[in-house]
Design a protein around this ligand. Structure first.
Ligand code: CUA
Length: 324
């Protein structure tokens, strides 16, 4: 319906339909009440106009029922709008657990993408449709904002922490990606595109693209190269918290507070290890500030996250033997 209407973006996800339904319903409700109020202002101005110069207005005593009506009806309408809006919001910003994770690093003025399989792209991301895709994003410099109108998703991309969005493509095609936060001289040129492909075509595309190690495998290499494994060992000699099965868990800190082990906590622990020390451990870990790029930190996180799904025995074995 809106496809040929140039002011309205294409719809490429199921969420797009939901967001549009919400948008037009809210617009309709707002328009209805705006017109009603404007109309009544005009009507009452004419109806109750002063008819003679010495006419004095009289106070009207509003009945209880009237007060209740004009309080309860708007309350019901607003609660309906809130509940529906919250539902769509939660749907839009909670990625499903089985979503395929891609990494996005923004910098003045480009978008860098890492496929979980290891392929890298700049300003143009290829993803399969019909599959939940999660983008975990960070910035190397200032605040940017990742906006794909056709998907109806937008999230700020911040230096020093991770934000994420997710979507599930419903149709193939190439869609605009914009930076929606003023980030410097070439902000308006910080654009890109996302191509949704049939899963088969995507596999073919992946096979043809230049491939390095997968993100997780790169993380594993780094984990060894930076000697993380000398302390974070999966056995009793460990001097640091065992990372196997740790991701997503809640741990107690030295301060008595608790923290969920997520991407933001792992990142902080790599760059500022003494900030939140797990109870029972000493603040021995050196900082890796300035030694790792944002992309490398994402690779390490991806590796640590992958350890969560492996049983401990298997992991111990893998750790003691050479990489096969
Ligand atoms: Cu990046 Cu505006």
């Amino acid at each position: 319906m809106w496809k040929d209407f140039p002011l309205f973006p294409d719809k490429a996800t199921e969420l797009a339909g939901q967001v549009d339904a919400l948008y037009f319903t809210f617009l309709g409700i707002s328009a209805f009440f705006s017109l009603l109020i404007a109309g009544l202002v005009f009507f009452f101005a004419v109806r109750y106009r002063r008819r003679s110069p010495d006419e004095v207005g009289q106070t009207e005593k509003a009945g209880m029922w009237l007060e209740l009506t004009w309080s309860i009806i708007p309350l019901i309408i607003l609660m309906f709008m809130f509940t529906w809006g919250a539902k769509v919001y939660i749907r839009a910003y909670r990625p499903p657990a089985d979503a395929k994770e891609y990494f996005v690093t923004a910098k003045q003025w480009m978008w860098k993408f890492q496929h979980p399989e290891g392929q890298r792209e700049i300003n143009h991301l290829h993803v399969p449709m019909g599959l939940p895709i999660k983008l975990t994003m960070t910035s190397e410099d200032v605040i940017h904002s990742f906006f794909v109108p056709a998907f109806r998703v937008k999230a700020d991309v911040l230096p020093g922490r991770y934000t994420s969005i997710w979507f599930e493509g419903e149709k193939t095609g190439t869609f605009h990606l914009f930076c929606a936060e003023y980030c410097g001289a070439e902000h308006s040129r910080m654009v890109g595109s996302i191509t949704l492909m049939e899963p088969g075509d995507y596999e073919a595309w992946l096979a043809g693209a230049e491939k390095g190690l997968s993100v997780t495998a790169s993380g594993e290499e780094l984990f060894k190269a930076k000697a993380c494994n000398t302390c974070h060992r999966p056995d009793t000699a460990a001097q640091a918290p065992i990372l196997h099965g740790a991701f997503g868990e809640v741990v107690e800190l030295e301060t008595g507070k608790t923290v969920t082990i997520d991407a933001n906590y792992v990142r902080e622990s790599i760059l500022n290890p003494t900030a939140k020390v797990v109870k029972g451990y000493k603040p021995l870990m050196p900082t890796y500030q300035g030694q790792l790029s944002e992309e490398e930190i994402l690779q390490l996180i991806s590796y640590i996250k992958s350890l969560a799904t492996e049983p401990l025995e298997e992991a111990t074995e893998e750790n003691s033997s050479e990489e096969s």
